[in-house]
Ligand binder design. Structure first.
Ligand code: PLP
Length: 440
């Protein structure tokens, strides 16, 4: 018998939140938590910000909601212009939504409609990675490669052609370049087996989120994917719902490798946790083709409403004004050093990987063979619970059969200062010392 009518997850009862300020949250018993994962890697500017509150209140005083096909609204146009500028003009068109899953759905449907408008309706396959996470609605779940989430719905989603992405921790191909070549070769084989002319797009996260614990791509891999897309005439879609909007130290993660997609998806940090807003960015030629064919047959009621866009705009302005991309890079380096020091202390920390303020820590039973702990050990849940007891929030994921061990993300708000990173690492160290006594 539960006391709450909510049913988000199985598991122990949660504390009730009281309030938040900066990188800290407090529950109604007065316990303090350092938000080491920005909620769900979304509250990127920390809690209780007056500038965001003021921007939202100012917009509320004017108008909260207008429907996207009845009125143009200034915050939506300004936010779209800001996003285009953040891609350095590489993607010129913007379509607003309210969540990451909606943004993924929009990208998949725009890509399909583009080819229908071009008389290429035979294109019906998406290619995506395993593991990966692209959202919880049925279309986004179809391109997701995360078995525990897929399993109950496998028969009723459209699915996708699943290929491995680069895994520089477990790769056994000799060197990194050979590994990338093999992964690209497997991708090519899958596309050819399906018939290259039937593929709509390749979809991936440039920096993996929760499903892979911040696994990285590299330049050769992205260039290889771009070349495959150009060869087979399909689109390249980057899902930056989690890793975009400054999280890795550049506005978008893909900019660190200089390979531009045709469609780009972002959400989470765009509204900084203050209001839901997501966006699909597209090359103009794609949008023009779809518009010439009668318009995009898609949309959500709350998309691009003035309050959402005013919030997003205020968040981007705050990142610019406070030089937070620089802070992400500097504090990211501090975090990397600290996490690597913890790895040196515990041989069951197999890998520490990431960029900017997006770090994944993977736990393994055997550091040489890189064997994950058995799934029944539920190590991801245990480490999260211990961290929470120590006053630290981290973002966990369970082990995936043969693909990835239990892992967690450390991804604090961009505003975190040097002393707070130290506090984060101290609390994590205490949690890991306690875990050490349990796994020994
Ligand atoms: N894509 C990626 C890479 C994500 O990390 C997520 C959420 O975690 C989504 C899509 C789905 O976003 P939302 O939960 O806002 O629907």
């Amino acid at each position: 018998m539960t006391t709450s009518p909510l049913f988000y997850q199985a598991g122990p009862a949660m504390p009730e939140v009281s309030h938040g300020h900066g990188v800290f949250l407090w529950d109604t018993d007065g316990k303090e938590y350092l938000d080491g994962c920005s909620g769900a890697i979304s509250c990127n500017l920390g809690h209780g910000r007056e500038d965001l509150r003021d921007a939202m209140l100012a917009q509320l005083d004017r108008v909260a909601f207008t429907y996207r096909t009845q009125f143009e609204n200034a915050p939506a146009v300004a936010l779209a212009e800001a996003l285009v500028e953040m891609t350095e003009g590489a993607l010129e068109k913007v379509f607003f939504v309210s969540s990451g899953s909606e943004a993924v759905e929009s990208a998949l449907k725009l890509a399909r409609q583009y080819f229908v408008a071009r008389g290429e309706a035979r294109r019906r396959h998406f290619v995506s990675l395993r593991p990966s996470y692209h959202g919880s609605t049925l279309g986004a779940l179809g391109v997701t490669g995360y078995q525990p989430l897929e399993a109950p719905f496998a028969d009723i989603t459209a699915g996708s052609l699943k290929v491995p992405g680069p895994d520089f921790y477990r790769q056994r191909d000799g060197d990194r370049d050979a590994h990338v070549r093999r992964v690209l070769e497997e991708t090519r084989e899958k596309i050819e087996a399906a018939g290259g002319e039937t593929v709509i797009a390749i979809v991936l996260e440039p920096v993996g989120g929760a499903s892979t614990g911040a696994r990285l791509v590299d330049q050769a891999y992205l260039e290889g994917l771009r070349a495959l897309c150009d060869e087979f005439g399909c689109l390249l879609i980057f899902d930056e719902v989690l890793c975009g909007i400054g999280r890795t130290g550049t506005w978008f993660a893909y900019q660190q490798w200089g390979v531009t997609p045709d469609l780009l998806i972002t959400a989470k940090g765009l509204g900084a946790g203050y209001y839901p807003v997501g966006a699909l960015l597209a090359r103009e030629a794609i949008v023009e083709t779809v518009m010439a064919g009668g318009g995009f047959q898609h949309g959500h009621t709350y998309a691009g409403n003035p309050l959402a866009c005013a919030t997003g705009l205020a968040a981007i302005e705050a990142i610019r004004r406070e030089g937070l991309l620089e802070n992400v890079r500097a504090r990211g380096e501090q975090l990397r050093h600290g996490l690597e020091a913890l790895q040196a202390r515990h041989d069951w920390i197999g890998d520490v990987r990431g960029l900017g303020l997006l770090w994944g820590v993977e736990l393994v039973m055997d550091p040489v063979a890189k064997t994950p702990f058995p799934a029944e050990a539920n190590l991801f849940a245990r480490v999260t619970a211990l961290a929470k007891e120590e006053g630290l929030l981290i973002y966990p994921r369970r082990t995936l059969n043969g693909l990835c061990g239990d892992h967690f993300l450390v991804s604090p708000p961009f505003t975190i200062n040097e002393h707070e990173v130290e506090q984060l690492l101290e609390r994590l160290a205490r949690a890991l010392d306690r875990l050490d006594r349990e796994v020994a």
